[in-house]
Design a protein around this ligand. Structure first.
Ligand SMILES: [Zn+2]
Length: 370
């Protein structure tokens, strides 16, 4: 191997991804000597991150396999909206162990901290067992939260935008098949979360994914809240659809109302949503050519009207993209529901604490008796 010797973190990664699960496979893959590999495995066994499972006793004694043990610790995951907060205690495999929801304004000093502790108490999990905390928040509330970050012992606290965590959750559920994914939220606002190689892509200033403010040709007369004109969100976002349908005489006030009209078979609403899908698809076609994602997942209030939205989107996104870029491209509506944000927050926390360097540090601390 050209790089430095594989540490315990790298060995854990191979076991977690099921790329190598016996000592023989791990020796071969890492290039470590058998004795060094045995040391790495011993450290992981001691930390409880790995279990050794002997093969079935009948016939030929197959070698014992090493399995990741997601119950070695827990992470706390929270999704914070202006009026609602969901907190989940999750194992290291992003499976929820306990969950609580809280209503009311979230951003007062220490409120989130209170909710985190209350959820732990409810789950009867001592705070020392929490390896990390992941929090999803709206872009506009992020600075507020960062001023008043909850503290839970030594556990690192990670914060990201909710749309990014939804993208991360979508990729996590497809992690055997898809490394690069776009999550597109179509509702009152149009946002996008980008996952590249299994990680959220934030950009230089954290504004990557502002799909809603990409200009749509032919709409220079439509003003957008951002100060520009002809933005995708201003042309076909939830508010624009509501106004269009109101002008056509429909009684509708919200994107959810638009979805209800679509489900009732209102032809004007179906047409409006399909056209919105087409416009989103035109912008996404450029993204597909530029970024070559393996999957595009649609969410947001209007995704509940997924049939006409997806039809419009597929129509343009596929015809206007390079065939090579769309050969295996998955375009689908989300099926994750409300749990997506806390799942993404849990994944963010888990990937932080189980990153190679973090695991190597854990092993080092344990070896040195801390
Ligand atoms: Zn705009």
């Amino acid at each position: 191997m050209f790089e430095a010797q594989a540490g315990a973190g790298a060995v854990l990664r191979l076991i977690r991804d099921a790329h190598a699960t016996t000592r023989a496979q791990l020796t071969l893959t890492t290039g470590l000597s058998r004795s060094t590999l045995a040391e790495r495995v011993h450290s992981l066994l001691t930390l409880g991150l790995v279990n050794e499972v002997s093969g079935p006793s009948t016939g030929g004694r197959p070698p014992a396999t090493l399995e990741f043990n997601p119950t070695a610790g827990v992470v706390l995951a929270a999704a914070v909206s202006p009026t609602f907060c969901r907190v989940v205690v999750s194992d290291l495999g992003a499976r929820p162990v306990a969950e609580r929801s809280y209503e009311g304004p979230m951003m007062g000093p220490g409120v989130l901290q209170t909710y985190l502790r209350a959820t732990l108490e409810h789950a009867q999990v001592p705070a020392q067992r929490v390896w990390a905390v992941g929090i999803g928040v709206d872009a506009e509330h992020e600075p507020l939260l960062r001023e008043d970050l909850p503290v839970l012992g030594d556990a690192p606290v990670l914060v990201d935008r909710r749309v990014n965590l939804r993208a991360l959750a979508e990729q996590w559920t497809r992690r055997q098949a898809v490394d690069h994914l776009l999550y597109v939220s179509v509702g009152t606002s149009i946002d996008c979360g980008i996952v590249a190689d299994g990680r959220v892509h934030h950009g230089a200033r954290g504004t990557a994914g502002e799909l809603g403010h990409i200009g749509v040709p032919g709409h220079a007369d439509v003003p957008c809240a951002c100060g520009n004109t002809g933005c995708l969100e201003a042309v076909v976002g939830g508010r624009a659809l509501v106004e269009r349908l109101q002008a056509a005489g429909r009684e509708v006030a919200t994107p959810e109302g638009v979805v209800a009209l679509v489900h009732a078979g209102d032809p004007e609403a179906v047409r409006a949503v399909r056209e919105a899908g087409r416009a989103v698809g035109e912008v996404l076609a450029a993204c597909v050519n530029f970024y070559n994602p393996g999957a595009i997942v649609l969410g947001g209030e209007l995704a509940a009207a997924s049939e006409p939205l997806l039809a419009g989107l597929r129509g343009t996104a596929f015809t206007r993209s390079l065939p090579m870029a769309t050969r295996d491209l998955i375009v689908t509506a989300t099926r994750l529901g409300e749990a997506a944000e806390t799942t993404g927050a849990a994944v963010m926390a888990i990937e932080h604490v189980l990153a190679e360097a973090s695991v190597n540090r854990l092993v080092h601390r344990r070896d040195n008796g801390h």
